[in-house]
Design a protein around this ligand. Structure first.
Ligand code: BGC
Length: 417
Protein backbone atom coordinates (compact mmCIF):
# COMPACT_ATOMS: atom_id res chain seq x y z
CA UNK A 1 0.00 0.00 0.00
CA UNK A 2 1.35 3.42 -0.93
CA UNK A 3 1.88 5.79 1.99
CA UNK A 4 2.54 8.87 -0.13
CA UNK A 5 1.46 12.07 1.50
CA UNK A 6 0.40 14.47 -1.21
CA UNK A 7 0.29 18.20 -0.55
CA UNK A 8 -2.33 20.59 -1.93
CA UNK A 9 -2.02 21.65 -5.56
CA UNK A 10 0.09 24.79 -6.00
CA UNK A 11 1.88 24.31 -2.67
CA UNK A 12 4.94 26.54 -2.25
CA UNK A 13 8.19 24.74 -1.48
CA UNK A 14 11.47 26.44 -0.70
CA UNK A 15 13.66 28.02 1.94
CA UNK A 16 14.44 31.41 3.44
CA UNK A 17 17.28 33.77 4.31
CA UNK A 18 17.60 37.25 5.80
CA UNK A 19 19.78 40.06 4.51
CA UNK A 20 22.06 40.63 7.49
CA UNK A 21 22.60 36.92 8.00
CA UNK A 22 23.73 36.09 4.45
CA UNK A 23 24.47 39.13 2.29
CA UNK A 24 27.68 40.39 3.88
CA UNK A 25 28.97 43.96 4.15
CA UNK A 26 25.89 45.33 5.87
CA UNK A 27 26.12 48.64 7.72
CA UNK A 28 23.24 48.58 10.15
CA UNK A 29 22.76 48.71 13.92
CA UNK A 30 24.13 45.16 14.35
CA UNK A 31 27.34 45.75 12.41
CA UNK A 32 29.33 47.75 14.99
CA UNK A 33 27.55 46.03 17.88
CA UNK A 34 28.88 42.66 16.68
CA UNK A 35 32.44 43.97 16.70
CA UNK A 36 32.09 45.56 20.12
CA UNK A 37 30.61 42.49 21.78
CA UNK A 38 32.34 39.60 19.93
CA UNK A 39 34.88 38.95 22.66
CA UNK A 40 32.27 38.84 25.37
CA UNK A 41 29.97 36.55 23.43
CA UNK A 42 32.83 34.16 22.61
CA UNK A 43 33.69 34.02 26.30
CA UNK A 44 30.16 33.34 27.48
CA UNK A 45 29.58 30.56 24.93
CA UNK A 46 30.97 27.80 27.16
CA UNK A 47 28.72 28.75 30.06
CA UNK A 48 25.70 28.67 27.75
CA UNK A 49 26.40 25.66 25.61
CA UNK A 50 28.96 23.33 27.22
CA UNK A 51 26.13 21.13 28.58
CA UNK A 52 25.14 19.92 25.11
CA UNK A 53 26.71 16.70 23.78
CA UNK A 54 27.92 18.46 20.60
CA UNK A 55 30.03 20.96 22.56
CA UNK A 56 33.38 19.25 21.98
CA UNK A 57 32.79 19.57 18.24
CA UNK A 58 31.53 23.18 18.38
CA UNK A 59 33.83 24.57 21.06
CA UNK A 60 36.67 25.78 18.85
CA UNK A 61 34.52 27.95 16.61
CA UNK A 62 32.22 29.07 19.43
CA UNK A 63 35.17 30.36 21.46
CA UNK A 64 36.61 32.38 18.59
CA UNK A 65 35.46 36.05 18.61
CA UNK A 66 35.79 36.24 14.80
CA UNK A 67 32.88 33.81 14.60
CA UNK A 68 30.57 36.53 15.94
CA UNK A 69 31.28 39.21 13.34
CA UNK A 70 29.15 38.84 10.21
CA UNK A 71 31.54 40.70 7.82
CA UNK A 72 31.24 39.09 4.36
CA UNK A 73 28.89 36.38 5.68
CA UNK A 74 27.96 34.16 2.68
CA UNK A 75 28.62 37.00 0.22
CA UNK A 76 25.07 36.33 -0.98
CA UNK A 77 24.91 39.99 -2.02
CA UNK A 78 27.20 39.13 -4.94
CA UNK A 79 26.35 35.44 -5.31
CA UNK A 80 22.55 35.43 -5.26
CA UNK A 81 22.36 34.06 -8.80
CA UNK A 82 24.52 31.08 -7.89
CA UNK A 83 22.40 30.52 -4.78
CA UNK A 84 19.15 30.71 -6.73
CA UNK A 85 20.58 28.25 -9.27
CA UNK A 86 21.05 25.86 -6.36
CA UNK A 87 17.49 26.52 -5.12
CA UNK A 88 16.17 25.83 -8.60
CA UNK A 89 18.20 22.63 -8.90
CA UNK A 90 16.59 21.56 -5.61
CA UNK A 91 13.13 22.10 -7.15
CA UNK A 92 12.24 25.05 -4.92
CA UNK A 93 9.37 27.08 -6.38
CA UNK A 94 9.40 29.77 -3.66
CA UNK A 95 12.05 31.70 -1.76
CA UNK A 96 11.94 34.05 1.20
CA UNK A 97 14.51 36.83 1.58
CA UNK A 98 14.65 40.22 3.26
CA UNK A 99 15.39 43.66 1.92
CA UNK A 100 18.05 45.43 3.96
CA UNK A 101 16.51 48.75 5.01
CA UNK A 102 19.92 50.27 5.83
CA UNK A 103 20.96 49.82 2.19
CA UNK A 104 17.74 51.30 0.80
CA UNK A 105 17.65 54.32 3.10
CA UNK A 106 21.19 54.91 4.41
CA UNK A 107 20.19 58.39 5.57
CA UNK A 108 16.73 59.47 6.53
CA UNK A 109 14.64 60.28 3.47
CA UNK A 110 17.51 59.54 1.05
CA UNK A 111 16.75 56.40 -0.88
CA UNK A 112 19.49 54.65 -2.83
CA UNK A 113 18.47 53.94 -6.42
CA UNK A 114 21.50 51.66 -6.76
CA UNK A 115 20.34 49.43 -3.93
CA UNK A 116 16.74 49.41 -5.12
CA UNK A 117 18.12 48.28 -8.46
CA UNK A 118 20.07 45.54 -6.66
CA UNK A 119 16.89 44.10 -5.19
CA UNK A 120 15.16 44.45 -8.58
CA UNK A 121 17.91 42.19 -9.93
CA UNK A 122 17.35 39.75 -7.06
CA UNK A 123 13.61 39.61 -7.83
CA UNK A 124 14.32 39.25 -11.52
CA UNK A 125 16.76 36.38 -10.88
CA UNK A 126 14.06 34.54 -8.94
CA UNK A 127 11.48 35.16 -11.65
CA UNK A 128 13.82 33.84 -14.34
CA UNK A 129 14.09 30.61 -12.38
CA UNK A 130 10.34 30.27 -11.80
CA UNK A 131 10.70 30.92 -8.06
CA UNK A 132 8.00 32.97 -6.28
CA UNK A 133 9.39 35.58 -3.86
CA UNK A 134 8.24 36.10 -0.27
CA UNK A 135 9.81 39.41 0.70
CA UNK A 136 10.46 40.49 4.29
CA UNK A 137 10.77 44.23 4.86
CA UNK A 138 12.28 44.10 8.35
CA UNK A 139 14.24 41.16 9.70
CA UNK A 140 15.62 42.69 12.94
CA UNK A 141 18.08 45.23 11.48
CA UNK A 142 17.78 49.02 11.34
CA UNK A 143 19.56 51.84 9.53
CA UNK A 144 22.08 53.43 11.89
CA UNK A 145 20.38 56.87 11.76
CA UNK A 146 17.16 55.33 13.04
CA UNK A 147 18.89 53.25 15.73
CA UNK A 148 20.59 56.45 16.93
CA UNK A 149 17.18 58.01 17.38
CA UNK A 150 15.94 55.24 19.63
CA UNK A 151 15.19 52.64 16.94
CA UNK A 152 11.92 50.85 17.37
CA UNK A 153 11.27 52.45 20.74
CA UNK A 154 11.15 55.89 19.07
CA UNK A 155 7.67 57.33 18.56
CA UNK A 156 8.74 58.04 14.97
CA UNK A 157 9.37 54.38 14.14
CA UNK A 158 5.90 53.57 12.70
CA UNK A 159 5.95 56.52 10.29
CA UNK A 160 9.58 55.82 9.26
CA UNK A 161 8.65 52.21 8.54
CA UNK A 162 5.64 53.36 6.55
CA UNK A 163 7.82 55.60 4.39
CA UNK A 164 10.27 52.78 3.71
CA UNK A 165 7.38 50.40 2.89
CA UNK A 166 5.91 52.99 0.56
CA UNK A 167 9.20 53.35 -1.31
CA UNK A 168 9.51 49.61 -1.80
CA UNK A 169 5.88 49.34 -2.91
CA UNK A 170 6.34 52.18 -5.42
CA UNK A 171 9.56 50.86 -6.89
CA UNK A 172 9.44 47.06 -6.59
CA UNK A 173 5.80 46.47 -5.69
CA UNK A 174 4.72 44.93 -8.98
CA UNK A 175 7.32 42.20 -8.64
CA UNK A 176 6.36 41.14 -5.09
CA UNK A 177 3.31 38.91 -4.61
CA UNK A 178 3.92 38.00 -0.93
CA UNK A 179 5.00 40.55 1.68
CA UNK A 180 6.15 39.95 5.22
CA UNK A 181 6.27 43.34 6.89
CA UNK A 182 7.88 42.21 10.16
CA UNK A 183 9.82 39.16 11.19
CA UNK A 184 9.03 37.83 14.69
CA UNK A 185 8.22 41.20 16.28
CA UNK A 186 7.74 39.72 19.73
CA UNK A 187 11.01 37.75 19.66
CA UNK A 188 12.88 40.93 18.76
CA UNK A 189 11.16 42.95 21.49
CA UNK A 190 12.02 40.25 24.07
CA UNK A 191 15.67 39.83 23.14
CA UNK A 192 16.45 43.50 22.50
CA UNK A 193 14.33 45.19 25.21
CA UNK A 194 13.54 42.63 27.91
CA UNK A 195 16.40 40.10 28.07
CA UNK A 196 19.04 42.63 26.99
CA UNK A 197 20.77 40.23 24.61
CA UNK A 198 20.41 41.90 21.18
CA UNK A 199 21.13 45.49 20.28
CA UNK A 200 20.32 47.89 21.88
CA UNK A 201 20.53 45.50 24.89
CA UNK A 202 17.88 47.13 27.09
CA UNK A 203 16.21 45.46 30.02
CA UNK A 204 13.26 47.70 30.56
CA UNK A 205 9.68 46.56 30.63
CA UNK A 206 8.32 49.98 29.64
CA UNK A 207 10.53 50.20 26.54
CA UNK A 208 9.56 46.60 25.77
CA UNK A 209 5.87 47.44 25.84
CA UNK A 210 6.45 50.58 23.78
CA UNK A 211 8.38 48.56 21.20
CA UNK A 212 5.56 46.05 20.87
CA UNK A 213 3.05 48.87 20.48
CA UNK A 214 5.20 50.58 17.83
CA UNK A 215 5.62 47.34 15.91
CA UNK A 216 1.85 46.81 15.82
CA UNK A 217 1.36 50.36 14.61
CA UNK A 218 4.18 50.04 12.06
CA UNK A 219 2.69 46.86 10.63
CA UNK A 220 -0.75 48.44 10.26
CA UNK A 221 0.62 51.50 8.49
CA UNK A 222 2.79 49.40 6.22
CA UNK A 223 -0.12 47.08 5.44
CA UNK A 224 -2.35 50.00 4.48
CA UNK A 225 0.14 51.74 2.21
CA UNK A 226 1.21 48.55 0.42
CA UNK A 227 -2.45 47.58 -0.15
CA UNK A 228 -3.16 51.02 -1.57
CA UNK A 229 -0.25 50.91 -3.99
CA UNK A 230 -0.31 47.19 -4.82
CA UNK A 231 -3.91 46.04 -4.36
CA UNK A 232 -3.15 42.39 -5.21
CA UNK A 233 -0.34 42.13 -2.66
CA UNK A 234 -0.71 39.39 -0.05
CA UNK A 235 0.61 40.76 3.21
CA UNK A 236 1.33 39.26 6.63
CA UNK A 237 3.99 38.97 9.29
CA UNK A 238 6.25 36.05 10.20
CA UNK A 239 5.06 35.09 13.66
CA UNK A 240 7.08 32.97 16.08
CA UNK A 241 4.73 30.45 17.70
CA UNK A 242 5.61 28.07 20.51
CA UNK A 243 3.63 24.88 21.13
CA UNK A 244 2.92 24.94 24.88
CA UNK A 245 2.24 21.54 26.43
CA UNK A 246 1.58 20.35 29.96
CA UNK A 247 3.89 17.84 31.64
CA UNK A 248 0.77 16.55 33.42
CA UNK A 249 -2.82 17.69 33.52
CA UNK A 250 -3.19 19.79 36.68
CA UNK A 251 -5.23 22.95 37.13
CA UNK A 252 -2.07 25.03 37.64
CA UNK A 253 -0.56 23.70 34.43
CA UNK A 254 -3.80 24.34 32.58
CA UNK A 255 -3.84 27.97 33.70
CA UNK A 256 -0.13 28.47 32.95
CA UNK A 257 -0.50 26.94 29.51
CA UNK A 258 -3.49 29.14 28.67
CA UNK A 259 -1.72 32.29 29.86
CA UNK A 260 1.54 31.47 28.03
CA UNK A 261 -0.37 30.64 24.85
CA UNK A 262 -2.35 33.85 25.01
CA UNK A 263 0.60 36.11 25.75
CA UNK A 264 3.14 34.60 23.37
CA UNK A 265 1.05 33.18 20.54
CA UNK A 266 -2.09 35.25 20.39
CA UNK A 267 -1.57 38.72 21.81
CA UNK A 268 0.24 40.26 18.85
CA UNK A 269 -1.75 38.37 16.19
CA UNK A 270 -5.07 39.37 17.73
CA UNK A 271 -4.10 43.02 17.44
CA UNK A 272 -3.37 42.85 13.73
CA UNK A 273 -6.17 40.41 12.99
CA UNK A 274 -7.92 42.62 10.43
CA UNK A 275 -4.68 43.82 8.87
CA UNK A 276 -3.24 40.66 7.40
CA UNK A 277 -4.02 38.44 4.42
CA UNK A 278 -2.12 35.40 5.66
CA UNK A 279 -0.17 34.22 8.66
CA UNK A 280 3.51 33.43 8.27
CA UNK A 281 4.44 30.78 10.82
CA UNK A 282 7.97 30.58 12.20
CA UNK A 283 8.17 27.51 14.39
CA UNK A 284 11.07 25.91 16.22
CA UNK A 285 10.04 24.70 19.68
CA UNK A 286 7.55 23.30 22.08
CA UNK A 287 7.61 24.24 25.74
CA UNK A 288 6.51 21.61 28.22
CA UNK A 289 5.16 23.37 31.30
CA UNK A 290 5.39 21.79 34.74
CA UNK A 291 4.12 24.03 37.53
CA UNK A 292 5.94 27.06 36.25
CA UNK A 293 9.10 25.24 35.15
CA UNK A 294 10.08 24.27 31.62
CA UNK A 295 10.30 20.50 31.47
CA UNK A 296 11.08 19.42 27.92
CA UNK A 297 12.44 15.87 27.87
CA UNK A 298 15.36 17.03 25.66
CA UNK A 299 16.28 13.45 24.81
CA UNK A 300 18.10 14.81 21.78
CA UNK A 301 19.08 18.42 21.19
CA UNK A 302 20.29 20.41 18.20
CA UNK A 303 23.61 22.30 18.06
CA UNK A 304 21.71 25.25 19.58
CA UNK A 305 20.67 23.11 22.56
CA UNK A 306 17.04 23.17 21.40
CA UNK A 307 14.99 20.02 21.83
CA UNK A 308 14.77 17.87 18.71
CA UNK A 309 11.04 17.40 18.34
CA UNK A 310 9.85 18.11 14.79
CA UNK A 311 6.23 17.10 15.52
CA UNK A 312 5.51 20.21 17.62
CA UNK A 313 4.64 22.09 14.43
CA UNK A 314 1.36 20.17 14.27
CA UNK A 315 0.02 21.89 17.38
CA UNK A 316 1.30 25.30 16.25
CA UNK A 317 -0.63 24.93 12.97
CA UNK A 318 -3.84 23.69 14.57
CA UNK A 319 -3.75 26.61 17.01
CA UNK A 320 -3.75 29.05 14.07
CA UNK A 321 -6.96 27.63 12.59
CA UNK A 322 -9.30 30.06 14.41
CA UNK A 323 -7.76 32.99 12.49
CA UNK A 324 -9.23 31.55 9.29
CA UNK A 325 -6.32 32.79 7.16
CA UNK A 326 -4.03 30.94 4.78
CA UNK A 327 -0.83 29.86 6.53
CA UNK A 328 2.62 29.89 4.98
CA UNK A 329 5.34 28.27 7.07
CA UNK A 330 7.97 30.97 6.77
CA UNK A 331 10.59 29.33 9.03
CA UNK A 332 11.18 25.86 10.45
CA UNK A 333 14.51 24.17 10.83
CA UNK A 334 17.45 23.48 13.13
CA UNK A 335 21.13 24.08 13.74
CA UNK A 336 22.87 20.84 12.82
CA UNK A 337 26.36 20.89 11.33
CA UNK A 338 26.36 17.09 11.07
CA UNK A 339 23.14 17.14 8.96
CA UNK A 340 22.08 13.81 10.47
CA UNK A 341 19.32 15.35 12.58
CA UNK A 342 18.16 17.51 9.66
CA UNK A 343 17.74 14.44 7.44
CA UNK A 344 15.35 13.07 10.03
CA UNK A 345 13.79 16.42 10.93
CA UNK A 346 12.41 17.45 7.55
CA UNK A 347 10.36 14.29 6.77
CA UNK A 348 9.04 14.19 10.35
CA UNK A 349 8.06 17.88 10.30
CA UNK A 350 6.44 17.44 6.89
CA UNK A 351 4.49 14.42 8.12
CA UNK A 352 3.18 16.54 11.00
CA UNK A 353 2.31 19.38 8.60
CA UNK A 354 0.50 16.98 6.31
CA UNK A 355 -1.53 15.72 9.26
CA UNK A 356 -2.40 19.31 10.23
CA UNK A 357 -3.60 19.94 6.66
CA UNK A 358 -5.72 16.78 6.82
CA UNK A 359 -7.13 18.09 10.11
CA UNK A 360 -8.17 21.37 8.54
CA UNK A 361 -5.19 23.77 8.76
CA UNK A 362 -5.04 25.86 5.57
CA UNK A 363 -1.29 25.48 4.97
CA UNK A 364 -0.12 26.64 1.55
CA UNK A 365 3.65 26.59 1.69
CA UNK A 366 6.78 25.47 3.53
CA UNK A 367 9.94 27.57 3.54
CA UNK A 368 12.68 25.80 5.41
CA UNK A 369 15.09 27.83 7.50
CA UNK A 370 17.51 28.24 5.95
CA UNK A 371 18.68 27.93 2.36
CA UNK A 372 22.25 28.68 3.43
CA UNK A 373 24.33 28.39 6.57
CA UNK A 374 24.43 31.92 7.89
CA UNK A 375 25.44 34.27 10.62
CA UNK A 376 23.07 33.32 13.43
CA UNK A 377 21.98 36.41 15.33
CA UNK A 378 24.31 37.13 18.25
CA UNK A 379 25.73 33.59 17.98
CA UNK A 380 27.62 33.74 14.73
CA UNK A 381 28.64 31.24 12.14
CA UNK A 382 29.03 28.02 14.06
CA UNK A 383 25.30 27.33 14.29
CA UNK A 384 24.59 25.86 10.90
CA UNK A 385 20.99 26.05 9.77
CA UNK A 386 21.56 25.62 6.01
CA UNK A 387 20.28 23.13 3.49
CA UNK A 388 23.47 24.27 1.80
CA UNK A 389 26.77 24.29 3.68
CA UNK A 390 29.01 27.36 3.39
CA UNK A 391 32.76 27.22 3.64
CA UNK A 392 33.27 30.74 4.99
CA UNK A 393 36.94 30.88 3.97
CA UNK A 394 36.34 30.10 0.29
CA UNK A 395 32.57 30.81 0.08
CA UNK A 396 32.16 27.43 -1.55
CA UNK A 397 28.61 26.07 -1.43
CA UNK A 398 27.97 22.35 -0.80
CA UNK A 399 24.49 20.91 -0.97
CA UNK A 400 23.72 18.74 2.06
CA UNK A 401 22.03 15.33 1.85
CA UNK A 402 18.94 16.68 3.67
CA UNK A 403 18.56 19.24 0.86
CA UNK A 404 18.65 16.48 -1.76
CA UNK A 405 16.03 14.47 0.14
CA UNK A 406 13.87 17.57 0.54
CA UNK A 407 14.26 18.30 -3.20
CA UNK A 408 12.39 15.05 -3.96
CA UNK A 409 9.44 16.23 -1.86
CA UNK A 410 9.46 19.61 -3.63
CA UNK A 411 9.60 17.90 -7.00
CA UNK A 412 6.80 15.42 -6.30
CA UNK A 413 4.67 17.74 -4.13
CA UNK A 414 4.49 14.68 -1.93
CA UNK A 415 6.33 12.96 0.84
CA UNK A 416 7.08 9.41 -0.22
CA UNK A 417 7.78 7.07 2.67
C1 BGC B 1 14.91 34.15 13.09
C2 BGC B 1 16.07 33.79 12.22
C3 BGC B 1 17.03 32.89 12.98
C4 BGC B 1 16.30 31.65 13.37
C5 BGC B 1 17.15 30.62 14.12
C6 BGC B 1 14.38 33.01 13.92
O1 BGC B 1 14.02 33.48 15.17
O2 BGC B 1 13.89 34.75 12.33
O3 BGC B 1 16.65 34.96 11.76
O4 BGC B 1 18.19 32.60 12.27
O5 BGC B 1 15.22 31.97 14.22
O6 BGC B 1 17.49 31.05 15.38
Amino acid sequence: MSTDRRFPKGFFWGAGTSSHQVEGYTRNDWTSWEKQTAQERAQESAARFSHIPQWSRLKKEASDPQNYISNAACDHYHRFEEDFDIARSLHHNAHRFSIEWSRIEPQEGMFSETEIEHYRQVLCALKQRGITPFVTLWHFTLPVWLANEGGISSHRFPSCFKQYSEKIAQTLGKEIPFWITLNEPDVYASYAYRKGEWPPQKKDIFSYLRVIRNLIEAHKKSYAIIKRLVPDAQIGIAKHQVAFEMACDTSINRILKAVAHYLWNRWFLDRIRNHQDFIGLNHYNRNVIDNGLGKNPNERVTDFGWEFYPESIYQALIELKPYKKPIYITENGLADASDTLRQEFIPRALTAIHKAITDGADVRGYLHWSLLDNSELARGFYLRFGLVEIDYATKKRTVRQSALDYAQVCKNNALTM
